[in-house]
Design a protein around this ligand. Structure first.
Ligand code: SAM
Length: 806
């Protein structure tokens, strides 16, 4: 894309970059005319759309080669490697609808099934057997493997049935006699053992249980003075109420999660991933997700259309539908990206997402036979086009032209377009930038509670602390979800089941109050200037939420230094706080204005924070006129840049503990020295201190000193309780770490009490979906119960109850 950008003449670049939304039809038409005459542009389009040049086309030779590598690994019993090669072979294998490649496809599925059987992945193995059988129903090896996996699961009668089917299909005498021997053994076992029964192996394809229903309309769209439209409650909303559930208009996986998460439901991909039948880009967790994303493959046979730059006039864009069945309710969002072209793999995710929305609109219109101009989905969402940088504007116009031509490459009919079509597409791209929501998943950073729980009471070196982090896996656009404004002190929590957005109130919301979620930044987690910067850069607005319009104690202390005077709790900041005549506090950092804040009601803060607040503001109201390096209470001075540099150095030394997997005990004393220094420099309620204590707690867990780990974990929680309200989810995550430490110490009673506290907070945020989102909670709850009641607890995690694979 850089090549195209630099080819645009300076004058046109200026016009495209500096124009407003109203001038878009003119600038996009001029850009289009310029590209039409540019051979480089036609070359780029050919590279994006020509199946011969595409990196993502199916390749039988490559599939055979990868299968061979898998076989070699399998022979030397390197099953993990073999699994990887077989999956790659399945990614590349062509799926010819005439069946010429059927044997190859079913053989790779069967080989991957055998490999997963060896690795103890029984459910996954059974699913691959079924996939092999679906392609070649009389494939003896797949029936045999299916039977053997069921035998490992002690489901003997079903296993015997499958082996009998395999026997009836086996052509070789050696093969027949092998199966007969296994059958004999199974018949004996069946007589001696009670059957266990096999659960449905296609459970991966099961639908989401979604029992809870949102309450009746309790929110409405309102107009706000400084945030545009927003949502407000129409009645009192109790905490933990489910207030909104919505599926996206369109969604797309982030590039960083392409190999680890299903491209349709965005859940973590299992070992037996399936691939797009037409290209090598997406992976899916099940055939069900594959079908929803790609559609009915038989509809897709004629999607290979070559781009012909010479024959095609850019002035005549046209589309055609590849599947005209009026009964197909669900839009197959990957289908138009397939067929040999690889633009979907190359263009940025938000552009591909815009393509999905355009394609959906085009197909909807075609389904109902409307022969109208390409107009895009016509969303009633804000875009802020005029406030974007000229680089952003030019780039998006180029992407819009490329995208429209890629779409045309797929749909070839007489659907017309006007000058407005391109400018609408540009605005759609900007609507996506402002309104799309990141779909996140919780990821265990250290293997979760399993290891800790399995190690039991005397947790030894290398144990874990149940650290989790949120990872962005996809980006989606929701019609109503996009109308919720942001607050750095949100009263609603957003989470996702599959790709469904769920919103839940985390506190009591009075009738008529704004209902706001956090787009990411939150008070207590991020400092005010960082929050403002992040929202400006990512969402293009200057935050006017309650957390950014009232002087916030956590903002005053979280990045501050401590006063050099003994017993003074006053904080020293790097920012300037200047109280103006109108009684507002103006905040600036390094000379740059950040925002204006009103004054807080000190009596409403927690007890410990009140002490700090009184120290900061004095007893006679607020007296804030503070320079960097000046104590907000007693006006003592420190050299704040040297304190910041020293603190940074010591924190970096502590953070080295995180980088080492197998920690040596000798590294910890040095870190403890650094912690002492950080405590001398930073305010006792600063975020840096909380993080340092947490890192050291984690190091003590790793070396097996749980008592020290407990001390530092509790110290970290104490600081966080000052920065957040006591029922904030961050506190719950920290409490869970403490639970795993207390369990290792064998302190069941404290673990149970701490777990109950964490669970109460989580249920505010996740309600009945708590254990679905935080999968480790169930394991931990059982362990806590066992430890606190003294009941014998045999953890099943990591211990396969059915023994090893055959
Ligand atoms: C996803 S939209 C929310 C709905 C939007 N207010 C509307 O009228 O359609 C995001 C935009 O809303 C506005 N907005 C949301 N939260 C805000 C806040 N805390 N302060 C200022 N503007 C906000 C900004 O213009 C932002 O780009």
């Amino acid at each position: 894309m850089e090549r195209l950008k630099s080819a645009v003449p300076a004058e046109l670049r200026r016009a495209a970059g500096e124009g407003t939304a109203a001038g878009l039809p003119t600038t996009t038409s001029r850009l289009l005319a310029f590209f039409d005459s540019l051979p480089l542009f036609h070359q780029v389009m050919r590279e994006l759309a020509d199946p011969e040049l595409a990196l993502c086309r199916k390749d039988k030779g490559r599939a055979v080669e990868l299968k061979g590598k898998g076989n070699a690994c399998f022979s030397r019993r390197d099953f993990s490697e073999a699994l990887g090669f077989y999956s790659q072979a399945l990614r590349h294998v062509p799926l010819n609808l005439d069946g010429t490649d059927a044997d190859l496809v079913s053989a790779i599925y069967a080989n991957r099934a055998s490999t997963m059987h060896k690795l103890g992945l029984f459910k996954e193995s059974l699913r691959d057997c079924d996939r092999a059988i679906a392609v070649s129903s009389n494939y003896s090896k797949a029936w045999y493997r299916k039977g053997m996996v069921k035998a490992s699961l002690k489901n003997y009668s079903s296993a015997i049935h499958d082996l009998e089917v395999a026997l009836s299909m086996e052509m070789t005498s050696v093969g027949k006699s092998n199966i007969e021997q296994e059958l004999k053994l199974l018949l004996q076992k069946q007589e001696n053992v009670n059957e266990v029964g096999t659960s449905d192996c296609d459970s991966n394809d099961a639908d989401l249980p979604f029992a809870e229903q949102p309450q009746k309309v309790i929110i409405e769209s309102i107009s706000t003075p400084n945030k545009g439209r927003g949502m407000a409650s129409t009645s009192d909303i109790p905490p933990a109420s489910l207030i909104h559930v919505e599926d996206p208009l369109a969604a797309i996986i982030m590039k960083s999660s392409r190999e680890t998460h299903c491209h349709f439901c965005f859940n973590e991909a299992p070992a037996d991933v399936v691939f797009c039948p037409l290209c090598t880009i997406p992976i899916y967790c099940s055939k069900r997700c594959q079908k929803q994303a790609v559609g009915d493959i038989s509809c897709n046979q004629d999607t290979y259309i070559e781009y012909d730059g010479h024959a095609m006039s850019l002035a005549k864009l046209s589309v055609t539908s590849s599947c005209k069945s009026p009964s197909s309710k669900l839009f197959a969002e990957h289908r138009h990206e397939c067929g040999g072209a690889h633009w979907a793999a190359v263009l940025p995710a938000d552009i591909v997402l815009a393509g999905r929305m355009m394609a959906q609109d085009i197909e909807k219109k075609m389904l109902y036979g409307k022969n109208v101009a390409i107009s895009g989905p016509n969303l009633d969402l804000v875009h802020h086009y005029d406030h974007h940088s000229s680089a952003n504007k030019l780039e998006s116009q180029i992407y819009a032209i490329v995208l429209l031509l890629c779409l045309q490459n797929h749909y070839r009919s007489d659907l017309s377009w006007t000058e407005d079509s391109l400018s609408q597409l540009v605005l759609l791209i900007f609507q996506i930038k402002v309104n799309s929501i990141a779909i996140v998943r919780m990821k265990s950073m250290d293997g979760g509670p399993e290891l800790t729980v399995n190690r039991g009471v005397s947790a030894a070196e290398g144990a874990n602390m149940c650290s989790v982090e949120q990872v962005r896996v996809a980006q989606a656009i929701y019609a109503t979800g996009s109308l919720f404004n942001h607050s750095c002190r949100p009263n609603v929590h957003a989470y996702f089941l599959s790709r469904t957005l769920i919103l839940r109130s985390t506190e009591f919301i009075k009738s008529g109050s704004p209902v706001e979620l956090s787009y990411g930044p939150q008070a207590g987690e991020m400092h005010l200037p960082d929050r403002q910067k992040s929202l400006q850069e990512n969402y293009y607005f200057s935050c006017q939420c309650s957390g950014c319009s009232e002087l916030n104690l956590s903002d005053l202390v979280m990045n501050s230094f401590c006063c050099p005077q003994r017993n003074c709790l006053g904080a020293i900041s790097e920012s300037t706080y200047y109280r103006s005549k109108e009684n507002l506090v103006h905040v600036s950092l390094e000379g740059s204005y950040i925002c204006k804040l009103s004054l807080p009601d000190v009596s409403k803060v927690g007890k410990d924070m009140e002490k700090v607040a009184r120290a900061l503001f004095g007893n006679s109201g607020v007296s804030l006129n503070i320079d960097p390096g000046c104590c907000m209470n007693c006006r003592s001075h420190i050299d704040v840049s040297s304190a910041a540099a020293k603190s940074h150095r010591e924190v970096s030394k502590i953070n080295r503990l995180k980088e080492i997997t197998l920690l040596e005990k000798t590294l910890i004393p040095e870190a403890l020295q650094s912690l002492k220094q950080v405590k001398k420099l930073r305010h006792p309620y600063s975020k840096a201190l909380a993080q340092a204590e947490d890192t050291i707690a984690e190091a003590f867990v790793k070396v097996g000193d749980q008592e020290q780990a407990q001390k530092h974990c509790e110290a970290s929680i104490q600081v966080l309780e000052k920065l957040y309200h006591p029922k904030h989810i961050t506190i719950a995550h920290e409490l869970i770490k403490l639970v795993s430490i207390l369990l290792s110490l064998g302190d069941g009673a404290s673990a149970a009490a701490t777990f109950t506290r964490a669970e109460a907070i989580f249920s505010l945020y996740y309600g009945s979906h708590m254990e679905k989102i935080l999968a480790y909670l169930g394991t931990l709850k059982r362990a806590v119960h066992c430890e606190s009641t003294g009941a014998c607890c045999q953890s099943t995690v990591g211990n396969d109850p059915h023994g090893s694979a055959e």
